[in-house]
Each structure stands twice: as structure tokens, then as C-alpha cells.
Design a binder for this molecule. Structure first.
Ligand SMILES: *[C@@H]1O[C@H](CO)[C@@H](O)[C@H](O)[C@H]1NC(C)=O
Ligand SMILES: *[C@@H]1O[C@H](CO)[C@@H](O)[C@H](O)[C@H]1NC(C)=O
Ligand SMILES: *[C@@H]1O[C@H](CO)[C@@H](O)[C@H](O)[C@H]1NC(C)=O
Ligand SMILES: *[C@@H]1O[C@H](CO)[C@@H](O)[C@H](O)[C@H]1NC(C)=O
Ligand SMILES: *[C@@H]1O[C@H](CO)[C@@H](O)[C@H](O)[C@H]1NC(C)=O
Ligand SMILES: *[C@@H]1O[C@H](CO)[C@@H](O)[C@H](O)[C@H]1NC(C)=O
Length: 616
């Protein structure tokens, strides 16, 4: 998901055109049922495309903040997804970045907003706080070692901090008026402190408090499956900045502007590689050695097969592909330095924007990488963009956007096959975003939206399977609107797969599960499937035959209306259908007593044909 409004502008003219042409199409049903005609013995293509999903970290996922975290991870586990992507995304910096402040040598600093607390400690070397270099409650600013007093400053700041901390092994200083008085009523204030220890100690700010529990839960829920771990957010102090970025003190408060800076301070990108190396060592090698040679122990000996390097690289730090490619190589070298793991596989780019063919041409060319750097997988994203939150008829306009995307995918595939045919592809964010999604006062969409977005995913997976894409990941497990009880700001509710109140699966979740349970990757073969639906305006259908000759048909209703279809000889078979009536439950199982089937609005159905020997 990107937060760049530019893409909406790009989409808008096209949506207007589509709405004119689509809404002038005749409603279905005027000419009787649509016939789905399957040539059961005509091989079309091998089914290779794994349906999967992504989970983006946020407070509602975390057992530390969420009333539905247990249900979320139980549902994830029950999916049995391969290649699930775990995206540790930037909007909650304390949930995303393990080292939020740069190492500061023998100086130790704190910088918090009002009502938060600065924690200082000299315990590591058995020392005490010997000296307060700087203390200011007010509008002071600046990085550790360069703190400068602002126009507003509580004059007693230094003496107050000296009184609380000097001579102590550790101290906690609340940034409150009670302690410092209020030097400028009505102005937001911060408390900045810089100290030194005796004996001296070197200071780093590694903190896994909020990052560990969520990753533990994800790795437990996906144990035994391949997975893609994406620590997509780099500490922003690795980038050149005029002033340090102030992030929220509270782990559940959103910060949409965390990814600032476009050039690394260390142009060799060694420091970048070291950050990622230490992070991966924390989880896979029981700990790491920090910037000053100190061991940090975690005890974790996890394993995963793919690490994705960054997210939406054109957006988050506006990287050129040349710059990104160097960073990708540096991260892999850093992980190898700190873990000695040469088996880890890597996923690159996670592109958000479209038709950036020059990115693929550069990145997939092995001559543009350092020696021994693998390009195991590339990733890119697609969102159909809604025109209205509340008008179900407008959801029909999501489907033609996917058709356009398949043209782009074809061109990317040509580039990939030319330059690096061994590189695999995961389209690891595929979903729908409704307008105004992160506006706290935006109306809630009607529940039929879940079915429309579910149908869009099933449709996308079906269409992309024809192009042999390796993985198509449904975006994303947990989103939510403004949740006043939990004091959470909206986090792309329309992209969610689960109900944020109950943690139950929506139609989107159950559609992913239906596809994961049904598709037998590299065993199923698609067979030639045609319909009488002129221009495929109403339905998508694709039939598959398994090695054991079991036969099934995926059908997606793209319309906000009932559509009748027929499949010759399906009588005696069974249908699993996800529609408004199946609600937050699994697909409804229907015994087929006729060759004619009614698909309600935006229904997704899998028809299991009766055994071949009885029907043919
Ligand atoms: C701090 O780190 C520097 C550089 O790595 C090192 O030379 C120094 O000995 C360290 N000081 C302490 C007290 O550990
Ligand atoms: C790959 O990159 C190298 C070095 O930049 C360039 O010389 C070569 O033409 C590129 N190959 C292709 C097929 O684009
Ligand atoms: C499809 O994508 C192209 C870019 O390749 C864009 O220019 C065009 O507006 C889109 N058209 C439709 C109908 O979506
Ligand atoms: C963080 O914010 C939440 C919601 O606003 C609040 O309930 C909680 O007390 C805050 N935590 C801290 C440590 O300030
Ligand atoms: C979530 O589930 C509750 C309980 O079933 C239901 O009342 C509510 O409408 C659901 N919300 C959404 C957005 O699905
Ligand atoms: C349906 O079954 C009939 C009778 O078994 C058979 O003749 C016919 O070929 C079948 N049609 C299809 C499309 O499978």
C-alpha cells in the first residue's frame, strides 16, 4: 500500500471512462443462463500459481494491544498458506524498527514528548550516572551530541534532572509540567536529556519489545510452510536528514511520515547491511554483536526461507533502481556477514507503481549486481481502486482494472524471462482500496463489499495463473477503521481479510482459504473453458483437471446482480459457494441437482464435478 496520492490521480480518468462503458452494458439474465462449456480433454496450461496472502504488522495484530490477536493467528494458521508475506511496515515505528535511535558512543540520550518517560541506565558496566550534559523541557531539539536549547525552555531543567539522576544506577524522568513547570502554556513540549556514565559505557538503542511477540506469533502460525519475511522499514537515521525525525512515543500511534531521507549517510551502505545483518542474526543466530562489540542475546534460532528487501522502493525513500540495487546487494552482504547464512533466499523491489519496466530491466540484469548476489524472486503490487465506498454497483469497476494489469504483467514476464528466467515472481500485495480509506469519518462500506473484493481476488488469481506467476498474495490479513475503544487511527479497513471486531474471516479470507484448499499446484491442469458470456462481462470461469481426474471449475460473478450459469453434467456434483449468505463463515456446500446454478452478487464458487465415469 502506498500513501502517495499521485496514483489516485493517474487512475481517475480511466475510471470515468470505464463507468460510462460498463454501466451501459445490459444487465445479465435477459438472454437466459450463461453456458460454461468445458473441453475436459483439451489441456490449456499447467496450474503453477500459489494463492497466498500478506500480513502487515500493526497494533491490532499484536497480542500486546489487540483483543483479537489470538483469533487472527488461529485463522492464519488454519489457512496453511505457502509463501505468506510478513510485512513489518513503517506506520508504527516502534513495531517496525529495532534500533530507532543511532548508536551514540559514550553519550546517552533521551528525547520524548509530554507525558512520556525517559529511561536512562548506567548499569551495564556497573556504573552510575555521573554527569548531565544537557537537559531541557520545552522546544529544544537536535540529535544526541548536538542538542540545542529552544525558545521555550524550563529554566530548572538541568537542576531537576541532576537531582533525580546523578549518582543513580538508573533513573526515569517523566516529561511533565508537574516536574518541570510549564515554560510555554499551550505549546507542545519535549524533554531532551544527555548524560554520561562512570565508568563510561557505549550506548545503542536496540529494542525488540514490540517486534518480537508479533514475529513469534507469525512464525508459529506458519510453521512448516515457506514464508517471506519483510523487515521493510530501515531506521531513518541511516539516511541524511537535516534534523532527526521525531517518531511517536506511543507504539500504537500512527506515523505516516517515518520514511524520510533519500540518501544514506554511509554511501558504502555497510551500515545499512549491518542493521539488517544484526536483525536477522537476532532471530536466526540467537543474537548479534552490536556497533561497539557487545553481544545481545535473544535465544531465537528461527528459520525462514525468503527475506524480502524493502517495500515499494519508488515511494518509501524514492530510490532510483540503481540506488536500490546497490542497497539490495548491501543488505544481502550484511546478512551474510552477521549470520554466515548463504542459503537464505531473497525477494527484491516490491514495486508499487505501474509500468516501471526500466526497474525490472535493470534489477533483473545480473551484471548490475555484485558477484554472488542471488535474484531469487521479484515482487510487485496491484490494487484495484474503488470509486465509491458505499455504492455496490461501483464495485463492478474493480474488475476491468485487473484486466489492464495483466497486460503489464505480460511485459514484465518477457523482461524476466529474457534476463533472469530462474527468478521467481510474487505479486505479494493484490487487493482493493476504497476511496477515503484512512479518513476516520469515512462511512463504513456495506458488507457486500467483502464479496466484491473477494471476487476480485479470485478473479485475479485465476487470470494470473494463466501467466504462470509463482505466487499471488492477497492483501492483507488485518486492517481496521478508526477504533475509538482501542484509540487506533484507521489502517486501510477495505484491504482487510478479517473482521476487525471479531477476528473472524470475511468473504475475502474464505476465498483465499477456498483457493488454497482446492488448487493442487503443479498437479492441476487448466483445460479449455469457454462461455457464452459475450466479452466476459459477467463471469469468469476456469476449469481444472487433476492427475487423479478429479475435475473442478472456479466461477466468479463480477456483477452486483444474480447471474445464472449452466455447466453440462455438473448434476450430482457439489458446489462450495462464498456469497453474501455465507457471511463470516466458510463456503456453503451445495449438492447440485441441476446443471443450472444461480450465482448471487459477487459470488465465488468452486464446482466439483461428479466422478468422470458416471457423467461421461
Ligand atoms: C566504546 O567503543 C569504542 C569504539 O568501538 C571503543 O574503542 C571503546 O573501548 C568502547 N568503550 C567502552 C567503555 O566500552
Ligand atoms: C546488462 O547490464 C550490462 C551492464 O550494465 C549491460 O552492458 C548489458 O547490456 C545489459 N544486458 C541487457 C540484456 O540489457
Ligand atoms: C491501462 O494502463 C495503461 C498503461 O499501460 C494506462 O495508460 C491506461 O489508462 C489504462 N487503461 C485502462 C482502460 O485501464
Ligand atoms: C498509548 O496510547 C493508547 C491509546 O491512545 C493509550 O491507551 C496508552 O495508555 C498509551 N500508552 C502509553 C505508554 O502512553
Ligand atoms: C464484524 O462482525 C460483527 C459481528 O458478526 C458484525 O456485526 C459486523 O457487521 C462485522 N463488521 C464488518 C465490517 O464486517
Ligand atoms: C455430458 O454427459 C453426456 C452423457 O454422459 C455426454 O454424452 C456428454 O459428452 C457430456 N458433456 C460434457 C460437456 O461433458
Amino acid at each position: 500500500m502506498n500513501i502517495n496520492k499521485r496514483w489516485f490521480v493517474v487512475f481517475a480518468p480511466f475510471l470515468l471512462l470505464q463507468s460510462v462503458s460498463l454501466l451501459s452494458v445490459q444487465k445479465p439474465g435477459n438472454d437466459g443462463p450463461i453456458a460454461i462449456k468445458v473441453s475436459w480433454s483439451s489441456h490449456d496450461y499447467d496450474l503453477h500459481t500459489i494463492p497466498s496472502l500478506q500480513l502487515v504488522t500493526n497494533p491490532l495484530v499484536s497480542r500486546q494491544f489487540s483483543p483479537v490477536s489470538k483469533q487472527i493467528f488461529a485463522n492464519l494458521k488454519q489457512l496453511n498458506a505457502e509463501y505468506a508475506r510478513y510485512a513489518v511496515w513503517f506506520p508504527y515505528p516502534k513495531l517496525a524498527v529495532a534500533e530507532l535511535n543511532p548508536p551514540s558512543g559514550s553519550l546517552q540520550c533521551g528525547n520524548v514528548g509530554e507525558d512520556s518517560v525517559i529511561h536512562l541506565s548506567c548499569e551495564r558496566n556497573g556504573g552510575v550516572i555521573s554527569q548531565i550534559d544537557f537537559a531541557s523541557f520545552g522546544t529544544s531539539a537536535g540529535a544526541c551530541g548536538q542538542m540545542k536549547q529552544g525558545a521555550c525552555h524550563a529554566t530548572d531543567s538541568l537542576s531537576v534532572v541532576q537531582r533525580i539522576c546523578v549518582g543513580q544506577k538508573r533513573c526515569d524522568i517523566p516529561a511533565t509540567d508537574d516536574i518541570f513547570g510549564d515554560p510555554c502554556v499551550g505549546t507542545p513540549k519535549r524533554l531532551l536529556v544527555q548524560i554520561q556514565c562512570n565508568p563510561p559505557q557505549n550506548n545503542t538503542y536496540w529494542d525488540f519489545t514490540y517486534i518480537d511477540p508479533m514475529l513469534e506469533d507469525f512464525l508459529a502460525a506458519t510453521d512448516g510452510h515457506s514464508r517471506i519475511i519483510s523487515f521493510s522499514t530501515q531506521p531513518n537515521w541511516l539516511f541524511q536528514l537535516d534534523t532527526p525525525h521525531i517518531y511517536p512515543d506511543n507504539a500504537t500511534h500512527v506515523d505516516w511520515s517515518y520514511p524520510v531521507g533519500t540518501k544514506f549517510v554511509d554511501d558504502s551502505m555497510q551500515a545499512l547491511g549491518d542493521y539488517y545483518g544484526r536483525l536477522v542474526a537476532w532471530y536466526t543466530r540467537a543474537g548479534f554483536i552490536d556497533e561497539y562489540g557487545l553481544k545481545h542475546n535473544s535465544g531465537y534460532l528461527y528459520n525462514w526461507d525468503y527475506t524480502e528487501i524493502f517495500n515499494e522502493i519508488e515511494g518509501e525513500h524514492q530510490m532510483s533502481i540503481e540506488y536500490y540495487t546497490r542497497a539490495y546487494d548491501a543488505v544481502i552482504q550484511g546478512i551474510r556477514r552477521h549470520t554466515n547464512n548463504y542459503d537464505m533466499k531473497y525477494v527484491g523491489m516490491a514495486l508499487a507503481a505501474h509500468n516501471e519496466f526500466s526497474y525490472y530491466k535493470y534489477f533483473l540484469n545480473h551484471s548490475n549486481h555484485a558477484p554472488d548476489i542471488p535474484i531469487d524472486m521479484i515482487s510487485y503490487h496491484f490494487y484495484a481502486i474503488g470509486t465509491s465506498r458505499v455504492d455496490p454497483l461501483s464495485y463492478e469497476l474493480l474488475f476491468p482494472q485487473l484486466d489492464n494489469f495483466t497486460v503489464e504483467v505480460e511485459q514484465i514476464e518477457q523482461i524476466r524471462k529474457n534476463l533472469s528466467p530462474q527468478t521467481r515472481t510474487t505479486i505479494d500485495e493484490l487487493g482493493v482500496i476504497l476511496p477515503d480509506d484512512n479518513n476516520p469519518s469515512a462511512p463504513l462500506f456495506p458488507l457486500i463489499y467483502w464479496n466484491a473484493a473477494a471476487a476480485l481476488y479470485a478473479y485475479s488469481w485465476g487470470k494470473l495463473s494463466r501467466q504462470g506467476i509463482d505466487v499471488v498474495g492477497h492483501s492483507q490479513l488485518v486492517g481496521y477503521p478508526h477504533l475509538p475503544d482501542l484509540q487506533l487511527e484507521p489502517q486501510y479497513p477495505s484491504v482487510a481479510l478479517l473482521n476487525w471486531t471479531t477476528g473472524e474471516g470475511t468473504a475475502k479470507y474464505w476465498t483465499s482459504k477456498l483457493l488454497i484448499d482446492t488448487a493442487d499446484i503443479d498437479n492441476d491442469q487448466a483445460v479449455v473453458t469457454q462461455t457464452t458470456d459475450v466479452g466476459d462481462r459477467n463471469i469468469f470461469s476456469q476449469a481444472f483437471v487433476r492427475k487423479d481426474l478429479r475435475r473442478w471449475v472456479l466461477i466468479v460473478n463480477k456483477r452486483y446482480a444474480n447471474v445464472d450459469v449452466t455447466i453440462a453434467n455438473c448434476t450430482g456434483g457439489q458446489m462450495q459457494i462464498i456469497n453474501e449468505a455465507s457471511g463470516f463463515g466458510p463456503p456453503t456446500l451445495v449438492a447440485l441437482t441441476s446443471d443450472q446454478i444461480t450465482l448471487s452478487a459477487f459470488a465465488v464458487a468452486v464446482v466439483h464435478m461428479p466422478p468422470a465415469d458416471k457423467s461421461s
